[in-house]
Design a protein around this ligand. Structure first.
Ligand code: ATP
Ligand code: MEV
Ligand code: MG
Length: 342
């Protein structure tokens, strides 16, 4: 039996634009998805996804993923339980050259689903790592990140970048532009997250932005402008001392860039009333900057604030269901139980 965890993430900036080759800087946060994989005698996959309904549920199905299991849960939930995990299992089988391998899989996650904190990437990264390890074929981190990206790409019908999966695998702050993925050093930034309790559909939101971008040149320019924001922010991070507290100037400038980034994402149609409300609540409480994070449509915002003000204000903001400080997860994918060698 092997248990592996992988972190979720917030975007300091660059989501959506990263899908078209612009750079993005996601940062891993200490909210993890944990996947346990135990090889089976047969080629079945049994998935226990405890977080997908109030009581969780269990599905078991034969090796061919086209066979739908006969269980009494709504189809969307079933698809949700199976989609990413299925893709992770397929990648693991392929990587280990074991097409018939069966598994008992358990998923537990602290990351809200579809909320912009990269739950899908964390589940896929932890899933592939747990399953390949369970087969005695651990992958190095670059290959793991690559396979996790392929899995997301497939499930999201081609609407995915390498950003979420690379960040979840490596931990810390990373820079992703097309196929170019690098780790960044960054001082510890004072992230605060607000969550509206809702979710967005990443595949659909990305497709909507793509349609706008294809239709209007100024929408394509907006995507490029997001890339310019990232390039400016990246430079600030590179100049900062990663071991020192971030200076007031740095936090303030990063905050300004986040504010502009949010405005442009909003222009591209991926914000929502509740995300905008939380962004304004954070700014009015004194946050240095605030923006939606991830695909948008609903879910989470991320703000920069060293004080407790933003978190307190979000707590009393109608439409905000939860707010918390998000610590940078310096460690990416991590073996919790089982052989840790890579
Ligand atoms: N704990 C979990 N158990 C099983 N599947 C999960 C779990 N968490 C996430 N998933 C899968 O990931 C899907 C959500 O992925 P999606 O990309 O839409 O959102 P996200 O990754 O949370 O946010 P974003 O991509 O915007 O950062 C869920 O519908 C489900 O299929
Ligand atoms: C919207 C998007 O840029 C981020 C989702 O967390 C999609 C992706 O990069 O795969
Ligand atoms: Mg996702």
């Amino acid at each position: 039996m092997t248990t592996v965890s992988a972190p979720g993430k917030v975007y300091l900036f660059g989501e959506h634009a990263v899908v078209y080759g612009e750079p993005a800087v996601p940062c891993a946060i200490e909210k993890r998805a944990t996947v346990t994989a135990e090889p089976r005698e047969d080629d079945h996959v049994r998935v226990e996804a405890a977080d997908l309904s109030l009581d969780g549920f269990v599905v078991e199905y034969a090796g061919a993923t086209t066979d739908r299991p006969d269980v009494d849960v709504p189809q969307p939930l079933l698809d949700a339980a199976m989609g990413y995990i299925d893709a992770a299992v397929q990648e693991a089988r392929e990587a280990a050259d074991a097409p018939e391998a069966g598994f008992d899989i358990t998923v537990e996650s602290e990351i809200p689903l579809g909320a912009g904190l990269g739950s899908s990437a964390a589940v896929v990264v932890a899933g592939i790592d747990a399953a390949t390890r369970a087969l005695g074929e651990p992958l190095d981190r670059r290959e793991l990140a690559d396979r996790a990206y392929q899995a997301e790409f497939e499930v999201q019908d081609g609407q995915a970048s390498r950003a979420d999966t690379f960040c979840s695998t490596m931990g810390g702050a990373v820079r992703v532009a097309g196929d170019d993925c690098t780790e960044l050093t960054t001082p510890t930034l004072p992230f605060v997250v607000g969550f509206d309790g809702g979710a967005g559909d990443t595949g659909k939101l990305v497709a909507d932005v793509r349609a706008l971008r294809d239709r209007y040149e100024f929408a394509a320019d907006t995507v490029e402008a997001i890339g310019d924001i990232v390039a400016t922010g990246e430079e600030l991070l590179r100049e900062a001392d990663p071991d020192a507290e971030p200076s007031d100037d740095l936090v303030s400038e990063l905050g300004d860039l986040m504010n502009i980034n949010h405005g442009l994402l909003s222009a591209l149609g991926v914000s929502s009333r509740s995300l905008d409300t939380m962004v304004w609540a954070a700014r009015e409480a004194g946050a240095e900057g605030a923006k939606l994070t991830g695909a948008g449509g609903g879910g989470c915002i991320v703000a920069l604030d060293r004080t407790e003000e933003t978190q307190t204000s979000l707590k009393y903001t109608p439409g905000c269901e939860d707010s918390f400080r998000a610590e940078l997860a310096t460690e990416g994918v991590r073996v919790e139980e089982g052989e840790a060698e890579r």
